[in-house]
Design a binder for this molecule. Structure first.
Ligand code: GDP
Ligand code: MN
Length: 394
C-alpha cells in the first residue's frame, strides 16, 4: 500500500527525521490559509498523489504570495495529473500540501528497499538527488552508494557515518545525517514498510538536513499489525476495479486486453494469460479467485470481470484439486443465472469429478463453450471473441 507524501513526512517526523513545516489543504482557499498560518515569504504548493515525477508535471509550485498560492492550488485541484509514474490516465488531485520554502544547497537521493539477493534491507544513496533513481543509475552510476543492514544488529552508527562520508557530507552535519538514516530505518522496520524513499534529501544553505520529499510503501500482508498505517489508505489513488476486488478478497489486476479471465490459483492465472497470448489473444485481467471457488465467489468474479467494458469474452479456467469440478460447474451455472452476461463464456475444468462437472455445464442449457485442455480453451476464447466482435460490428 502506498501513502501520500504528507503522511510519509508525518510518520518520518515521529521517528526523528527533520521535515519542513507544512499543512494540508482540501481547497485553494485552505491552501492560502495554511501558508498564512505558517508565516514566511516563500511556500511550495505540492499536489498529493500516489506517484512521483510531480515536479515536471506542474505538481510542485514555488510561490511568493497569497495570489500565487491560490492560482497554483487552483490549477491542481480536481486535475488528473499525468507524470511518468502514473500511467496515461493520471491520478486525481484532491489534496495539496503547502510547505515553507527551503533554500536548497544540495540535493541527495536516499532510499531504503528490500534487496532480494541478500535478503536484507538495503540503503541506496546518491549525491545526485532530484533525479529519479533510474536516471541516476543510467547517468551517474558511480555516484550510487549501497549499504546492507545486518538484521541481527540493526543499522549501526559507523555504517551511517560511512554513507555520510561517501556522500561528502560536511563533518559538522554528519551527526544529523546519522540521525536521519537511523530514523528512516526504524520507521521502515517498525512499520513493516517495503520502501522508504526521500528524493531529495536536502542540505540547506543554513546547514540543516531536511527530507523535502518522502514516499513510503507498506507490506499489505502486515497492515493488520498497523491500524494507524492502514487507515491512511486513499482509495481515490487506486484503480477502482482493483480496490473493489481487494475489498472482496479477490486478487485482480486490470490489463488492456479484451478476454476476461476467471481462474483459481495465481500460477494458473499467469499460465492462462500466457496461453491466451500464445493463441493470439489479449487478456483483460489477472484474476485469482482463490481455492474455494464457491458459487458466490464465481458470481462476484463475473461481475468484476464484466465491469470492464473492454471485455468481449470470458475464459473460466478452474483446476479442481481439493475443490470439485461438479461444485465449480454448479457455481458457474448459478453465477450466469444471477449475472447478465452478453459475451461468450468458455469454461475449462480439470481435476476431481471433471465428468460430472462437464455434464452439469452441458445440461444447464446455457450457451457455454467447454474445453478440456488449456490450449483448446485459449484457442476457443480467441475464436469466440472474433465471432462475437464480427457479429457486433455487423
Ligand atoms: P516529485 O517531482 O514528485 O518527486 O516532487 P518533489 O517533492 O521531489 O519536488 C520536486 C522538486 O521541486 C525538488 O527536487 C526540488 O528541486 C523542488 N522543490 C520542492 N520543494 C522545494 C522547496 O521548498 N524549495 C525549493 N527551492 N525547491 C523545492
Ligand atoms: Mn521527489
Amino acid at each position: 500500500m502506498d501513502i501520500h507524501e504528507y503522511q510519509a513526512k508525518e510518520i518520518l517526523k515521529s521517528f526523528g527525521v527533520t521535515v519542513p513545516q507544512g499543512g494540508l489543504a482540501y481547497s485553494p482557499e485552505q491552501a492560502v490559509y495554511r501558508a498564512q498560518e505558517m508565516g514566511g515569504k516563500c511556500w511550495v504548493v505540492k499536489a498529493q498523489i500516489h506517484a512521483g515525477g510531480r515536479g515536471k508535471a506542474g505538481g510542485v509550485k514555488v510561490c511568493n504570495s497569497d495570489t500565487e498560492i491560490q492560482e497554483a492550488a487552483d490549477g491542481m485541484f480536481g486535475k488528473q495529473m499525468v507524470t511518468p509514474q502514473t500511467g496515461p490516465e493520471g491520478k486525481g488531485v484532491y489534496r495539496v500540501y503547502v510547505e515553507a520554502g527551503v533554500p536548497i544547497a544540495r540535493e541527495i537521493y536516499l532510499g531504503f528497499v528490500m534487496d532480494r539477493s541478500s535478503q536484507r534491507v538495503m540503503i541506496v544513496a546518491s549525491s545526485q538527488g532530484g533525479m529519479d533513481i533510474e536516471e541516476i543509475s543510467a547517468e551517474s552510476p558511480d555516484s550510487i552508494v549501497r549499504s546492507i543492514v545486518e538484521p541481527a544488529v540493526g543499522l549501526q552508527d559507523f555504517q551511517c557515518r560511512e554513507i555520510a562520508f561517501d556522500l561528502d557530507i560536511e563533518a559538522s552535519m554528519v551527526q544529523q545525517m546519522v540521525h536521519t538514516l537511523k530514523g528512516c530505518y526504524r520507521a521502515f522496520r517498525e512499520l513493516d514498510a517495503t520502501m522508504v524513499e526521500i528524493n531529495p534529501l536536502v542540505v540547506t544553505g543554513d546547514n540543516r538536513i531536511l527530507a523535502l520529499d518522502a514516499k513510503m510503501t507498506f507490506d499489505d500482508n502486515a497492515l493488520f499489525r498497523h491500524p494507524s498505517v492502514s487507515e491512511l489508505r486513499d482509495k481515490s489513488q487506486e484503480d477502482p476495479r482493483e480496490s473493489r476486488a481487494a475489498d472482496q478478497g479477490l486478487s485482480y489486476v486490470g490489463l488492456d486486453g479484451n478476454i476476461g479471465c476467471i481462474v483459481n490459483g495465481a500460477g494458473l492465472a499467469m499460465a492462462t494469460m500466457d496461453t491466451i497470448k500464445l493463441a493470439g489473444g489479449e487478456p483483460a485481467n489477472f484474476l485469482d479467485i482463490g481455492g474455494g471457488a464457491t458459487p458466490e465467489r464465481v458470481a462476484k468474479a463475473f461481475r468484476l470481470v464484466l465491469s470492464d467494458d473492454n471485455v468481449q469474452a470470458v475464459l473460466v479456467n478452474i483446476f479442481a484439486g481439493i475443490n470439485r469440478c461438479d461444485w465449480v460447474a454448479e457455481g458457474v451455472v448459478q453465477a450466469l443465472k444471477q449475472v447478465q452476461v452478453d459475451v461468450p463464456v468458455i469454461v475449462r475444468l480439470a481435476g476431481t469429478n471433471v465428468e460430472e462437472g462437464l455434464k452439469i455445464l452441458d445440461e444447464s442449457g446455457l450457451p457455454l463453450v467447454s474445453a478440456t485442455t488449456l490450449n483448446e480453451a485459449a484457442e476457443s476464447s480467441v475464436a469466440a471473441l472474433r465471432d462475437h466482435m464480427a457479429k457486433k460490428n455487423k
